[in-house]
Write a protein that binds this ligand. Sequence first.
Ligand code: ZN
Length: 62
Amino acid sequence: MSDLVTNLEKRREKKNVKKEYLLIENEIDCPRCYGIMMLHLEFDLPGYFCEECDFILHLTRY
Ligand SMILES: [Zn+2]
């Protein structure tokens, strides 16, 4: 699992994070297991990934 996180970190570093994303918190509480979810970008969509239970929360705009 640590390898996956490392890959996500590397991929995020390569991307130019848009200014608006900086307003999003890097860590939030997981709604499923109450662990810590880390912010990551997947297909240019911001979301959170939980290491504890592999829960992925995508941030979408309405
Ligand atoms: Zn979790």
